[in-house]
Design a protein around this ligand. Structure first.
Ligand code: NAD
Length: 503
């Protein structure tokens, strides 16, 4: 199989898609000849196939390349590292059109309302990280005369980065924190979305990054991902994905006690109090679950409304979603809701809707069955679409309120007072995000203090800022990405004692 293939884009242009494994700044063939097929979720048609890594030889080659590059990369002056990041950010910006189209093709993200935003996020993240590179510092103090103590923030070595399908480039860019802090890395792309990261890899070479600093292997998680997790030459794993796989990663990484950060699943609550600005609550509730087709780890997928405003909220929400979240081809200019990532995921989401109905939920919007505009389109009918769905009268213990659906399904129920709201919000195995809508600032801060989550949104949902740490507690994982806290997850804080006294 060749290492590049010409692929036609929506714009009519063609581009050359790299297909190989990216090791030591070169695209190379899989040593065992295995391939990974990738499909366009919008149409169900195969796009192409890429080389899949051999879990033994190729994973080892990638780790060795990263190991060889580690010491030289560690000693590159910080201003040079910073400039490389800035150059890369600039190249991503210049290639936004291409990257966004590839991302949309491979993941089904609506091009105009979603994929372009993701690429802009990658530019912002790389620029943000560039800003940290020449500012990382330790602490120094003298506890007594003749004694000096200081700390060094040093890279760990080779980091294995495992990324999910829902934000392929964007989640990848967050993990560039590893490289910004002086580590080298082997990235395992999501098995459903291997294409955009390989296009991005060409920009890494063009920016001037030395060979081996950034490597990419494609393949299935259970073999290629697992081989990376267990590899004795890998010093840390940064994983983003489901809780089920996160548990495996944590236990298999124990082979050499490598540290792991786990960004896993969620079932984030959004609590709307009767004193809230209801119009705003409706808009954010919709954004918090229907953007990116509900494939958002921190999506506020369960919403509870204080009883007196419940019916009004539902009516307004259904009207807002109907008007502002059109479903269709990811290439449509106004389309906000594209397909789910795979047929299996489409069926899984439908079965959750079904089970919600069986449990006693009222369908306020959507439901099972294809959206009409899709069902009547010969090409799109083979894609993996699900209608934005609002299920009402949900009780906190229902499956639909407890399990992560990872699709465009919002479970809505009621609460009576603050204590009830807090109890419901914390009644979950997950603890990624939590939102509150109220005009009472005291109540909002109390909630922020008491809710069991890594992030809290007061009068919004899924607000994101690169300066802020992202991550969860409970079964949503541990460790943080982004912000100053994110840097610490990729460094060894070494304590140095300098003695200038005689014993
Ligand atoms: P997934 O767990 O199926 O896969 C994630 C990655 O792990 C993929 O690259 C996959 O190939 C790999 N993988 C699978 N099995 C593996 C194994 N045994 N060992 C090593 N790697 C393995 O998740 P997904 O379906 O790609 O993504 C959706 C999930 O990710 C959701 O649960 C979502 O909440 C979560 N997610 C979390 C965050 C966060 O920041 N907390 C962000 C995005 C997605």
């Amino acid at each position: 199989m060749s290492l590049f293939q010409e692929i036609a884009l929506a714009s009519g242009d063609k581009y050359s898609q790299p297909l190989g494994l990216f090791i030591d700044n070169e695209f190379v063939a899989s040593s065992n000849g295995s391939v990974l097929v990738t499909t366009n979720p919008a149409t169900g048609k195969q796009i192409t196939q890429v080389h899949a890594a051999d879990p033994g030889k190729d994973v080892d080659e990638a780790v060795k390349a990263a190991r060889k590059a580690f010491k030289p990369w560690k000693s590159v002056p910080i201003t040079e590292k910073r400039d490389l990041f800035l150059k890369l950010a600039q190249l991503v910006k210049e290639n936004t059109q291409l990257l966004a189209q590839v991302e949309s093709l491979d993941s089904g993200k609506p091009l105009h309302t979603n994929a372009y935003g993701d690429i802009d996020g990658v530019v912002q993240t790389l620029t943000y990280l560039a800003g940290w590179i020449d500012k990382t510092s330790g602490e120094a103090f003298s506890p007594s005369p003749g004694k000096l103590c200081y700390t060094l923030h040093q890279p760990l070595g080779v980091v294995g980065c495992i990324i999910p399908f829902n934000y392929p480039l964007s989640m990848m860019s967050w993990k560039w924190t590893a490289i910004a802090t002086g580590n080298t890395a082997v990235f395992k792309s999501a098995h459903q979305t291997p294409l955009s990261i390989l296009v991005f890899a060409q920009l890494v070479v063009e920016a001037g990054f030395p060979p081996g600093v950034f490597n990419v292997i494609s393949g299935e998680g259970g073999n290629v991902g697992d081989a990376l997790v267990r590899h004795l030459g890998v010093d840390k794993i940064a994983f983003t994905g489901s809780t089920k796989v996160g548990q495996l990663v944590q236990s298999h990484a124990a082979v050499n006690l490598k540290p792991v950060t786990l960004e896993c699943g969620g079932k984030s609550p959004l609590m709307v109090f009767e004193d809230a600005d209801l119009e705003e609550a409706v808009k954010w509730a919709a954004f918090g679950i229907f953007h990116n087709m509900g494939q958002i780890c921190s999506g506020t997928s369960r919403c509870f409304v204080q009883e007196s405003k419940y019916e009004e909220f539902l009516i307004k929400l259904a009207a807002h979603v109907t008007a502002n979240f059109p479903v269709g081809s990811p290439l449509g200019e106004d389309i906000v809701v594209g397909p789910q990532i795979t047929k299996a995921q489409q069926e899984r989401v439908m079965s959750f809707i079904d089970s919600g109905i069986k449990e006693g939920c009222r369908v306020v919007l959507g439901g099972t069955g294809l959206p009409e505009v899709i069902a009547n389109d010969a090409v799109l009918a083979n894609g993996y679409y699900v209608r934005p769905t609002i299920l009402a009268d949900v009780k906190p213990h229902y499956k639909i309120a407890q399990e992560e659906v990872f699709g465009p399904v919002l479970a809505v129920g009621t609460f009576c007072d603050y204590d009830d709201a807090l109890r419901i919000a914390n009644d979950s195995q997950y603890g990624l995000g939590a939102g509150i809508f109220s005009q009472d600032i005291k109540k909002c801060h109390e909630f922020a203090d008491e809710v069991e989550s890594g992030m809290v949104w007061i009068n919004s949902s899924n607000d994101l800022d690169f300066h802020m740490p992202f991550g969860g507690v409970k079964m949503s994982g541990h460790g943080r990405e982004l912000g100053k806290y994110g840097l610490l997850n990729f460094t060894n804080v070494k304590a140095v004692y300098v003695n200038m006294c005689k014993l």
